[in-house]
Design a protein around this ligand. Sequence first.
Ligand code: 13P
Length: 124
Amino acid sequence: MKRIALIAHDEKKSVMIEFAKKNRDLLRECDLVATGTTGKLINEEVGLPVERMESGPLGGDQMIGAEIAKERVDGVIFLRDPLTAQPHEPDITALLRVCDVHNTPLATNVATADIILHGIIEKE
Ligand SMILES: O=C(CO)COP(=O)(O)O
């Protein structure tokens, strides 16, 4: 089963929920891992089981980064807020970097997220 990481900043959480609802059937075929609040919302509002890490500002991005470094993640959907400064910006940059280090598919907007999700499932 493919393992997908889902992360969304506050301004993008509604977009993430919409994305997860639209792709519920595909996502149900994957193991999902997420940062704390994103995972809680996907679980409660979309009804999908999600393995939850800490919230992003409390180290959740680093926890997901560690999973990527161990090559336990097949794709990352990280809906960032490009218009708001985040207190944990270094963690965010590190997460993007580790995706490139390990050649892990990474989507930072919902248009790419659709393509990545379908690509990952089709590869199975
Ligand atoms: O801050 C985040 C990613 O950088 C997301 O964290 P939450 O899902 O806990 O809001």
